[in-house]
Design a protein around this ligand. Structure first.
Ligand code: ATP
Ligand code: MG
Length: 413
């Protein structure tokens, strides 16, 4: 079996599904998916691990399946995080460059990010992630890597993710209990964006909307960096519950009906207005219903979810900044008609987000269901290529729970 250094592992611990992906760099230098594994999640509520013991078992099963398929061993993993208590905020830091030759060093970059991380947090909260957006040297903005450049004043703009200390601790605890180490923790929509966005979309303005089982998350990109993030407490399971309630059918049947016949645009449903046999609760006989009726149940919910996200985009001031449009991804985005409805609601071109930039995708993995896990291996791979990450691949770097900004920076450089 190959050694750990040759491959990277992504672990998407979703509310409904836990997905592991193992990828390796192939002879062409491209990242190739070697193995995947999935298991029904346990111990999560609205994207957050509330019971690490329960969450550990599906993690172990998903990772073992990916190991078997790839013939590779997972040791440390890049993990996704989500939850409505996570907050994204933008901040800036500035320092004077005092070296005799005014050449910017790694230590200067570390120091300026540290100054940008000085924010007031509620008790029990911490900074979980920091994403540099751009550097500004002596007033010149739009610099993505200031190392070795000359200047007297270095500024940085960053996007900071904060959240309750327990969010990160419970992720580490569940992963450790599954016998693995955490190499890094990445906000879910940031991982999904990594896998789905083209360079132009990242540059000219786009919004990735990841619709999961119990959460929907948003990441807005512009000028090559994340500008705004938000997580909402609704997702695909709301559609299932609406069907179960509206058609008085058990949840598993409602889920099946949603995936097979679900549609959120009456015009699409009218094109193919089959009758659906709906099993009843208890001993009552099944009933026949039209697809049109199913659409009438699902459409208002879809409008409500997408409407909320649209309000957030407007509130954040990006309504007119998304010239590259909207990218819907995550399992919930597979509902028929959703991209067309989204295009009407957001008034921007909208597409489904599939994983880009990796090889070895199968029919199963070439799907919005796998974008977060694949984004995680891409981020892991990028980290391994260098830039500021360097020490990040030290296994267990984040398995010690006391770490905060300082140790985050230590890992980062
Ligand atoms: N073909 C389909 N049509 C409609 N919905 C689907 C389809 N396939 C999966 N889904 C829905 O996708 C959701 C799961 O998506 P995903 O795996 O991205 O969520 P998760 O990561 O487990 O949850 P979260 O991101 O909220 O923590 C479920 O609600 C499921 O019903
Ligand atoms: Mg998810």
């Amino acid at each position: 079996m190959a050694r750990q250094e040759t491959h990277v592992v992504g672990l998407d611990i979703g509310t409904t599904r836990t997905t592991a992906v193992i990828a390796e760099v192939n002879d062409d230098g491209r990242l190739e998916i070697m193995g995947v594994g999935t298991a029904e999640s346990r111990g999560l509520r609205k994207g957050v691990i509330v019971n690490p013991d329960a969450a550990a078992e599906p993690i172990r099963r998903a990772v073992e399946e990916a190991e078997r398929m790839s013939g590779l061993i997972a040791e440390s993993v890049h993990v996704s995080m989500s939850g409505t208590l996570l907050r994204g905020l933008n901040n800036r830091g500035v320092i004077a460059i005092t070296n005799a030759d005014r050449r910017i060093t790694r230590a200067d970059i570390k120091r300026v990010i540290e100054t940008a991380c000085v924010v007031t947090l509620p008790g029990g909260h911490e900074i979980i992630d920091v994403q540099p957006q751009e550097y500004i040297i002596d007033g010149q903005d739009g610099i993505s890597d200031p190392l070795d450049m000359l200047g007297t004043r270095l500024e940085v703009a960053v996007h900071i993710i904060t959240g309750p200390i327990t969010v990160r601790q419970n992720i580490i605890s569940a992963v450790n209990r599954a016998g693995l180490l955490v190499a890094d923790i990445v906000l879910e929509p940031v991982a999904a964006a990594e896998a789905t966005l083209t360079d132009d979309e990242r540059e000219y303005g786009s919004a990735v909307i990841n619709i999961g089982g119990e959460t929907t998350s948003l990441a807005i990109y512009q000028r090559g960096a994340v500008q705004h993030t938000a997580i909402f407490p609704f997702g695909g399971s709301h559609f299932t519950n609406d069907i179960a309630f509206g058609l008085r059918t058990p949840i598993p049947e409602a889920e099946r009906i949603k995936r097979t016949y679900g549609c959120v645009l009456p015009t699409l449903a009218a094109e193919n207005d089959e009758t659906i046999e709906v099993p009843s609760v208890g001993r009552r006989p099944p009933r026949a219903l039209s697809r049109q009726l199913l659409c009438e149940i699902l459409q208002p919910r879809a409008e409500e979810i997408l409407g909320h996200v649209n309000e957030e985009i407007k509130r954040a001031g990006f309504e007119r900044e998304l010239s590259s449009g909207i990218i819907l991804t995550g399992g919930g985005a597979l509902l028929q008609g959703l991209t067309d409805l989204a295009e009407q609601i957001f008034d921007h071109p909208t597409r489904l987000g599939y994983p880009l930039g990796v090889t070895g995708l199968s029919e199963e993995t070439n799907s919005p269901l796998y974008t977060t896990a694949i984004g995680l291996v891409m981020i892991a791979h990028r980290g391994r290529l260098g830039r500021y990450y360097r020490a990040m691949s030290a296994p267990g770097a984040i398995s010690r729970t006391a770490a905060r900004v300082r140790s985050w920076l230590a890992n980062f450089f």
